[in-house]
Design a protein around this ligand. Structure first.
Ligand code: PLP
Length: 473
């Protein structure tokens, strides 16, 4: 009744590829938001009996159906939410190849071609950052959190030569990480994981509620001389509002304190592939290290992050160990397991390489330019439809609110967002800005068009009329 383990894989994989292609083709006409009740999911799972086997093709079809039915379709062209874009077909194929060949990236000698492909990608992005000339160091990671975690460990290794051996208990000073109050809160978990505790993350208030400036950072650091600024982080493209911190000003502060400067460009860093995007991120070349998530703007399947650095020595100091059972570690070959957090590691870089090999940097640049332009189209549309735009960024992310007084704003925003999501026509979120809730719409899909933005504007107008019936707009 069931396939044996060693049957020919071809018919099974061909059938799965067909189902995957069907799933992608049905995307645009699927509801943006699926059935998300716990009871419905529990009931659907009851039908999956894991005690007896079933034919793989039926299992595969059932899985696409189950997952498509019960999820926010963050791959939908009318999903204007967080940065979970649809995966590019070339990148999906890259993940298929990585899973099929399954090279072990821990040591160069096990998978030299795979290791070289990842090094080539790190070099390409290092060059786009503006580090031309130097050998770019770094590693692929599961995502931005792991890349940022890597930055902290590298910074500790640089600052305190004894840290790798004696840990934080033996440190001569009280290490602190300075980030904007709008930074991604992965930093809190990272500080805990490093044994520093969340109190080590110093959330520096930002003047306009958006971007961190060098002067504000300098004054904040000066106000607590008992802390040692080991790591200073500038966020280039905040998750909530798309703000880009003052990269040059913050770099100056980092230099004054001899601190490791990390730029968290998890989302917006992908835009470096376009000249227009590169211009928006000027100053990023001053960083000691940078986070870029290919699984965000570069549209490869999760999880794919990059930690890019100017030099290997801090990575080596943070991660080198020696064991009896590994093939002899090679610093010269930059064996991944002695330069990064993971040990056994999948071939994360391949999906990005495949997409770049198909599209070229030019193809990615075109995609990014179109999305930047669509972001401007969205902004113009919001303004002409009577919304108040409240953030300020060249990135395609709008924070806005209806023209109501401050006391009524949170309630109106909450109800408008709920009405839009419940309509099934589009998906967007709410976020806090300067102490109030605002609506947040971000261009995330490379398949989104002007018609999709028009549809969002229409459903927003409709929702506003439901929530604020007295409104003239
Ligand atoms: C998404 C994001 C992160 C976290 O990255 P993950 O890939 O979700 O781990 C960190 N910083 C910024 C600015 C982000 O946008």
């Amino acid at each position: 009744m069931t396939e044996r383990l060693h049957d020919d894989a071809r018919p099974l994989l061909r059938a799965a590829a067909d189902l995957a292609a069907d799933f992608l083709a049905a995307r645009r006409n699927s509801p943006v938001c699926g059935e998300a009740s716990m009871a419905a999911v529990d009931e659907a799972l009851q039908r999956w009996n894991l005690h007896a086997g079933q034919p793989l093709e039926a299992v595969t079809a059932g899985m696409f159906d189950l997952l498509g039915r019960h999820a926010v379709r963050s791959d939908h062209p009318r999903y204007f939410g967080l940065f979970n874009p649809p995966a590019l077909p070339a990148a999906i194929v890259g993940d298929l190849i990585a899973a099929t060949v399954n090279p072990q990236l821990a040591v160069w000698s096990h998978a030299p071609a795979a290791a070289a492909i990842e090094r080539k990608l790190l070099q390409l992005f290092g060059t786009r950052i503006g580090w031309a000339g130097d050998e770019v160091a770094g590693t692929f990671t599961s995502g931005g959190s792991e890349a940022n975690h890597t930055a902290l460990l590298a910074a500790l290794a640089r600052r305190y030569p004894d840290w790798a051996q004696h840990g934080v208990a033996g440190l001569p000073a009280r290490p602190a990480i300075y980030v904007s109050s709008q930074a991604h809160l992965a930093w809190i978990k990272i500080a805990r994981a490093a044994g520093l505790g969340s109190d080590a993350v110093r959330l520096v208030p930002v003047a306009d509620g958006l971007a961190l400036g060098g002067d504000a950072l300098a004054a904040f650091i000066a106000s607590e001389p008992e802390r040692d600024p080991v790591l200073i982080v500038a966020t280039a493209g905040t998750t909530a509002h798309g703000a880009i911190d003052d990269l040059r000003g913050i770099a100056g502060v980092a230099r004054t304190h001899g601190a490791h400067l990390h730029v968290d460009a998890a989302w917006a860093g992908g835009a470096l592939l376009a000249d227009e995007g590169q211009a928006l991120l000027q100053g990023i070349e001053l960083a000691d290290s940078v986070t870029i998530d290919p699984h965000k703007w570069l549209c490869v399947p999760m999880g794919a992050g990059m930690y890019l650095s100017r030099d290997w020595s801090a990575l080596q100091a943070a991660f080198t160990v020696s064991t009896g059972y590994m093939p002899s570690a090679s610093l010269e070959r930059r064996d991944a397991y002695i330069h990064s957090l993971q040990w056994s590691r999948r071939f994360i870089g391949l999906k990005l390489f495949m997409a770049l090999a198909q599209l070229g940097v030019d193809g990615y640049a075109r995609m990014i330019r179109l999305q930047l332009r669509l972001g401007r189209y969205l902004l113009d549309g919001l303004r002409s439809h009577g919304w108040r735009v409240l953030n300020d960024t060249p990135l395609p992310l709008a924070c806005f609110a209806p023209a109501v007084d401050a006391a009524g704003q949170d309630d109106a925003v909450t109800r408008i967002a709920a009405a839009v999501v419940d309509s099934g026509q589009a998906w967007l979120s709410t976020v806090a800005l300067r102490g109030q809730l605002v609506l947040r719409a971000c261009i995330t899909s490379h398949e989104s068009t002007q018609q999709d933005v028009d549809a969002l504007l229409d459903v927003l107008d409709w929702a506003r009329r439901q929530v604020l019936p007295a409104s003239t707009s």
